[in-house]
Design a protein around this ligand. Structure first.
Ligand code: HEM
Length: 327
């Protein structure tokens, strides 16, 4: 920020502020009324509680860190970061948990519940479930060895959830590079931010069902990598739920190996390899593969920006007491 102002001293303050808004991710959050000090007076212990519960969960099962990171993405891409993904279905709506991209796939709901109950005991009715997911995903990245950042806070929780919106907004593993760029552009995120955020696939697991087409049908895949995956994922006769790590070198470390893998044609999903397949993101993938610090910085900024996605103005919201149901 100081750098930007010092270099641009010929412009008026307003012009500079607007320029900063375009260039700096936190501005989107600021526009949404978020602030890193939102709970400084009302729930000063929230950061410590979230970090300690996530740390316990990751110590017990490192994959849970990955699952929590994904939970944040799947929340934010469907009507904004409003904890809509956490709502159980009711008689009046079919929510997001059972949508195609989430059912039998998204995990971590119990960890969010555990955080919420400790946070409620410390400061009742103050901290939203949406903010808990944002904080928990930051901590998950960091606990797995990735960067950290200040989380913009002050989100509210939705009073409804939409399975239809989840199906429409969450990109699938068969997506082309162009459709990934378009899906993220639809959320105000650039191609560069999309590629940085995809680097989260340096941790976690995917089911055979999600990568079978790639390992039996595609040419741009490393032969040894494909042969090993075929052991886990039979071409026919079941095994849909069998898991493989996205990054078979350092499966639970949040590093830049995802990009090194793409350059080696070791992307697990079709959609992963689309980011390095002779298209618009190839040069950036090579940069991230060679520069872990550049990836870490871009990833952190893009997470803050994604975290600024808000429900449409006028949508009824609240601070839920139980993340699974409206008050
Ligand atoms: C670019 C478009 C994306 C597509 C097409 C995509 C697709 C997928 C798929 C198909 C899986 C495996 C699901 C299963 O096997 O049940 C998965 C897992 C995962 N995704 Fe993505 N994803 C994308 C972007 C992202 C982003 C932006 C993030 C986070 C910032 C993310 C984080 C994760 C993580 C961490 C996992 C592993 C979760 C676990 O092990 O529980 N993904 N993704």
């Amino acid at each position: 920020m100081g750098f930007l102002f010092a270099r641009s001293s010929g412009y008026s303050f307003v012009a500079l502020a607007l320029l900063a808004c375009v260039l700096l991710a936190p501005c989107q959050a600021a526009k949404a009324g978020l602030s890193i000090k939102f709970y400084a007076k009302t729930c000063p212990g929230v950061d410590t509680i979230v970090r300690s519960v996530v740390a316990q969960a990751v110590a017990k099962e490192p994959r849970m860190g990955a699952s929590i990171i994904r939970l944040f993405f799947h929340d934010c891409f469907v009507n904004g970061c409003d904890a809509s993904i956490l709502l159980d279905d009711t008689l009046t709506f079919t929510g997001e948990k059972n949508a195609g991209a989430n059912i039998n796939s998204v995990r971590g709901y119990e960890v969010i519940d555990a955080i919420k109950s400790q946070v409620e005991a410390a400061c009742k009715g103050v901290v939203s479930c949406a903010d808990i997911v944002a904080l928990a995903s930051r901590d998950a990245v960091n606990l797995l060895g990735g960067p950290t950042w200040n989380v913009q806070l002050g989100r509210k929780d939705s009073r409804t959830a939409s399975g239809t919106a989840a199906n429409a907004n969450l990109p699938g593993p068969a997506s082309s590079g162009a459709s990934l760029v378009a899906a993220f552009a639809g959320k105000g995120l650039s191609a560069r931010e999309m590629t940085a955020l995809s680097g989260a696939h340096t941790v976690g697991r995917a089911r055979c069902l999600m990568f079978r087409g790639r390992i039996y049908g595609e040419a741009n895949i490393n032969a040894t990598f494909a042969a090993a995956l075929r052991q886990t994922c039979p071409q026919s006769g079941g095994g849909d739920g069998n898991l493989a790590p996205f990054d078979d070198q350092t499966p639970d470390a949040f590093d830049n190996a995802y990009f090194k893998n793409l350059v080696a044609q070791r992307g697990l999903l079709h959609s992963d390899q689309e980011l390095f397949n002779g298209g618009s993101q190839d040069a950036l993938v090579r940069k991230y593969a060679g520069n872990a610090g550049m990836f870490a910085g871009d990833f952190a900024k893009a997470m803050v920006k994604m975290g600024g996605l808000m429900p449409a103005a006028g949508t009824p919201t609240e601070v839920r007491l139980n993340c699974r149901k409206v008050n």
